[in-house]
Write a protein that binds this ligand. Structure first.
Ligand SMILES: Nc1ncnc2c1ncn2[C@@H]1O[C@H](COP(=O)(O)OP(=O)(O)OP(=O)(O)O)[C@@H](O)[C@H]1O
Ligand SMILES: [Mg+2]
Length: 421
């Protein structure tokens, strides 16, 4: 008999699906795709709209000279009520509609493995999609549910992502433990404090073991934005002055630079007025070279590409003490040595926020450091050295554990079949 459950972690950066076999109680395989969509500029209205998902989207976008609609971190739009739809050629897409395409990609691949159209899935969700507005949070979950339904997954349960991570960790321990799980991803940092017991892993109801959950809207994307502000924007004219009237020098508005700090906001520069303003600043700054870089960056859609360089610098610094921040496209020439110390300073504000949130989480839930037997760190951002350091300093007596940072949530979601009971 066919009987599988898909554990699906739709992430800001990566989306992962684990196939759980309900007969053998084992995970058969785990698939993953970057959460990226690309719609080429060229299209034929007589044909279905062409699009690419994941690695194929990145490859095609680059092959097409970075033209067309390239979408990353789509999870971020889920709670945004002001995002109703976006038009791509002759078709309108809601947030759910876009996410459907990513979920479908994963589902099709998984269905090909199990050999039938599996409709049953446990979907992960961050503890807060929006940590300030509960209405937006419920809208986000509804949209995600709709996306799953449209992708052909009709029997759905939701599970908090960090609880998923905890259940994955439960498979690698041999005795009862009270565990603090910290899942640091691209968009959010989520916590759960849970009592794990390998003997209980097949039990029907695990609700009472979950002692506390919480989260904050900070992740690897925020680190990359902070990096762009500190180390990138000076190459694009932050601090440059232009002559607003003869003899009167003023700064180019800072909004120009905050908008290039998250690559999706760079669309802001597609507006005609903005382009005109930018050209004026360029000319009234006596053709400042850095403002020319900004024009080049925005006119040639180099947003994704520069953020790739920023991410590479970050990933290097998870291993090395120095790295090069390099970007050479058109006339833009960035070549800057970044030390681990520089990097830690750049992300210090975000780290302090995580630190403060963790204090609140522990005190609000009456968790004393001595109550914690171990700390399970997961998610791509948990590889940042200052992040590890933060937890080591805060909970020096606690054993730190980890597993595969990119797939543990999906695996644990797939182990959450009790939600169907
Ligand atoms: N070696 C590394 N060192 C530091 N950061 C890394 C490394 N590898 C990946 N990252 C970062 O990890 C993040 C992606 O992690 P992950 O796949 O866990 O996120 P996600 O699940 O998609 O996001 P979320 O759970 O917030 O929705 C990105 O910000 C990426 O830049
Ligand atoms: Mg995640």
């Amino acid at each position: 008999m066919n009987s599988h459950i898909y554990g699906i972690d739709f992430g800001t950066s990566n989306s992962v699906l684990s196939i759980f076999n309900e007969t053998t109680h084992k995970i058969e395989t785990t698939l993953s795709v970057p959460s990226i969509l690309y719609f080429p500029d060229e299209y034929d209205p007589a044909l279905p709209l062409k699009y690419f998902v994941g690695t194929a989207a990145i490859e095609q976008y680059i092959a097409d000279g970075m033209k067309g609609r390239f979408m990353k971190s789509i999870k971020r739009v889920l709670p945004r009520t002001n995002f109703t739809e976006t038009r791509i050629h002759n078709k309108s897409f809601t947030a759910a509609g876009l996410i459907t395409l990513i979920l479908k990609e994963l589902k099709n691949k998984a269905d090909a493995i199990v050999g039938y159209d599996c409709k049953k899935a446990i979907l992960g969700r961050p503890v807060f999609f929006d940590d300030e507005n509960t209405l937006n949070d419920s809208i986000a979950q509804k949209r995600l549910l709709q996306a799953a339904n449209q992708a052909g997954l009709t029997e759905i349960r939701f599970q908090f992502e960090p609880i998923g991570a905890a259940f994955a960790y439960e498979k690698i321990i041999s005795q009862k433990e009270k565990v603090l799980v910290a899942d640091l991803g691209g968009g959010t940092t989520d916590f759960t404090f849970i009592e794990l017991d390998p003997a209980k892993s097949l039990e029907k109801d695990r609700r009472k073991d979950i002692l506390a959950t919480g989260g904050i809207y900070i992740g690897g994307d925020s680190f990359d934005s902070a990096f762009m502000w500190e180390k990138g924007t000076p190459y694009f004219g932050r601090g440059v002055m232009y002559e607003s009237m003869p003899g009167k020098l003023v700064d180019v508005p800072p909004s120009f630079f905050s908008n290039i700090c998250s690559w999706e906001k760079m669309n802001f520069f597609n507006g005609l007025k903005v382009q005109n303003d930018l050209r004026q600043y360029y000319s009234y700054s006596k053709q400042n070279e850095k403002l020319k870089n900004l024009i080049t960056l925005t006119e040639n859609n180099l947003g994704y590409s520069i953020f790739q360089s920023i991410e590479k610098t970050k990933v290097d610094l998870s291993q090395l003490d120095t790295s090069l921040f390099e970007f050479n496209k058109f006339d833009i020439d960035i070549h800057n040595t970044i030390t681990l110390e520089d990097y830690n300073k750049i992300i210090n504000r975000d780290l302090s926020k995580i630190d403060q949130y963790l204090n609140t989480f522990l005190s609000k839930n009456n968790i004393k450091p001595e109550d914690i037997d171990s700390l399970f760190l997961t998610g791509g951002t948990s590889m940042v050295r200052a992040v590890k350091q933060l937890f080591n300093t805060k909970l020096p007596h606690v054993k730190v554990k980890s597993d595969d940072n990119f797939i543990s949530v999906a695996k644990g979601l797939a182990y959450s079949g009790y939600l169907f009971q």
